[in-house]
Each structure stands twice: as C-alpha cells, then as structure tokens.
Write a protein that binds this ligand. Structure first.
Ligand code: GYE
Length: 307
C-alpha cells in the first residue's frame, strides 16, 4: 500500500545545501580516490551532491556546469579538465549567483572573481621535486642521462606545472637531456602506448622516464617489461601521485621515486563550502602539504595508505 506524502512545515525551512560537483573523469587511480573523498565528505556533512563526470571532455564539463546552474545548486565544486576556455560558463554561474570553488586544478580566466578559491597542490613544485631527486641520484656520474617525459592531458594545470618545474631544475645540469616529451592523458593506456613507441624508436637509449602521474608510469612499466627490459633497473621511472598501486611498485623496485599529490580533498572542500556559506572570506589558494617517496619509505607508507 502507498500512503500519501506527509508535508511537514519544517522541511521547507531546513534547506539542505546542494553542491554540484563537476568532475574531470575517471582517468586515474588518483581521480577515483578524489571522487570518493568528495562524495564521502559531502555525505558526512549531510549535503546533497550532484555529480557529473566529464570523461575528460571540456564540452561535457561546460554542459555539466550549465546543468548545475539550472538545478539551482548552492555551490559548484569544479575540477577543470584544462586551464582555459571557461570564462563564458563561469560568467553564467556568477550571474546566477552560484559560487565556484576549484578543486585540484586551476583555471586561467580574464576575471579572477569568477571563482572563489582553489584547493589543491603546487604542481610546479611537484615537478621540481621529481627533478631534484634525479639530479641527486644520477647527477654525479658525468654521463649523459636521456629522459622521456610522459605528459598529462594537454592544456591541464598539472601537466603544465609538472613540466615547468621539472625542466626548470634539470636545466641546471647539461648532462640531463629531455629527448622526448610525449602527450598522454593521465591514463595507464596512454602511458603504455607512448612508452612502447618510444622504445621502438630509441631502444636502449632511454635512461629515465618521467611520468606526470602514477597511471602513466604503471603503463610505461608494462611497456618496458614487454620490451624485455627491467623497469626500475634498466630504466629509472619517476612518477607523481603516490597511490597505493604505485607505492607497491615502488616498494618492489619497479619504480624509483614517487612525488606525492594528495587526492583526499573532500574534507577541506566541505570546510570551504561551509565557511563560504557563513560569509567567511576564503583564501584564494589553499595548498595541500605533501611528501615524496623512495623505495624504502614506500614500504612503510604502504601499511597506512588508504587509496
Ligand atoms: O595527478 C592525475 C589525475 O589533477 C592532480 O589528475 C590531478 C591529476 C592527478 O588524473 O593522476
């Protein structure tokens, strides 16, 4: 039997905060951990969360934001797939009076008032950390070190920053040479395909792979094994993110160094949402503090790694 809905005089008053979450996609282990963290934190607060996955397409993400505007959400949490091209849709959100918080990737807009705050990492520093370790490990050998870089999604904030920081530091030592800088999309498949092509072209002439994220590093690892070489020994692999899968590969010696990028941004995001709703001023940037992992420290970290 079905009963007629009882309308309570209180339901209208207790307005539940509604968040629109415009996510990049499902390209990586990092991304899945990020989505889970945001969803769990919203649930914890009792907020309603509308989630849209853009499959790494800017057009889809613009559509998702328009959907949220139509649904009259209270706030939009936005992880932009690329940096530019958002002015129009963010203007629409502003006109509708809906604030936008950027999560994990920044945008470049003409007008900074189109978003309230950025919560995420310093990608340039991550790139520098990767390169500093390399210089320290292989710098004193006096031999040429030939590097293949596997870039993340073209035009995305992390790909640009990680490239910039890395190049800045290796530029200090002429023994280090970036022989190929290949355009991937943060997926394991792209890392594997690009690396196997690079191996066909260069053979044993590659000493180092610098991957902009774990998934591409794991793909490169597979390509190197298929080519009959040993990842982590014949070719040094450096990666960024530090997901559990990568830390395992690091602990077993198949990767050599991993720079951390923290995906567990949900709690900080929800705090920012609440602060903003209470009328508090949000800082323009909230930067996550992060570490780095070697083969030894990965073993210890693995015991407590959640994602
Ligand atoms: O490093 C990568 C993901 O935007 C920081 O996106 C994020 C990056 C992360 O696909 O794995």
């Amino acid at each position: 039997a079905s009963y007629p809905a009882i309308s309570s005089p209180f339901t209208e008053e207790r307005h539940q905060l509604k968040i629109g979450f415009a996510q990049v996609g499902t390209e990586s282990g990092w991304r899945l951990a990020h989505t889970n963290s945001v969803m769990a934190a919203a649930k914890e607060e009792g907020f309603e969360l509308l989630y849209e996955n853009a499959d790494q397409s800017q057009a889809k993400q613009v559509e998702a934001i328009r959907k949220f505007i139509q649904a009259r959400v209270d706030i939009i949490v936005f992880s932009p797939v690329v940096k530019t091209g958002w002015d129009q849709v963010l203007q629409e959100a502003k006109q509708a009076g809906i604030p936008v918080i950027l999560s994990d990737r920044e945008v470049k807009t003409e007008d900074d008032s189109l978003w309230t705050s950025y919560i995420g990492s310093d990608f340039v520093e991550e790139g520098r950390r990767a390169a500093r370790w390399l210089l320290q490990e292989l710098g004193s050998r006096g031999r040429k070190v030939q590097i293949v870089e596997l870039q993340g999604t073209e035009g995305s904030d992390p790909a640009a920053g990680r490239k910039q920081g890395f190049e800045e530091v290796i530029g200090n030592d002429f023994n280090f040479q970036l022989i190929e800088s290949l355009k991937g999309d943060f997926t394991l498949e792209s890392g594997r395909a690009l690396m196997s092509e690079a191996l066909q072209r260069r053979g044993g002439d590659i000493q180092v792979v610098y991957a902009h994220n774990d998934d591409m590093a794991l793909g490169a690892m597979q390509a190197i094994e298929r080519f009959g070489l040993q990842p982590g020994k014949d070719i040094v692999i450096i990666s960024i993110d530090a997901t559990k899968t990568a830390l395992k590969a690091l602990a077993t010696g198949k990767l050599n160094f991993v720079v951390e990028c923290n995906p567990l941004l949900g709690p900080q995001l929800m705090k920012a949402v609440k602060d903003h709703k209470e009328g508090k001023e949000l800082p323009m940037k909230i930067i996550t503090s992060e570490g780095v992992f070697t083969q030894d420290s990965a073993k210890r970290e693995l015991q407590s790694r959640e994602y």
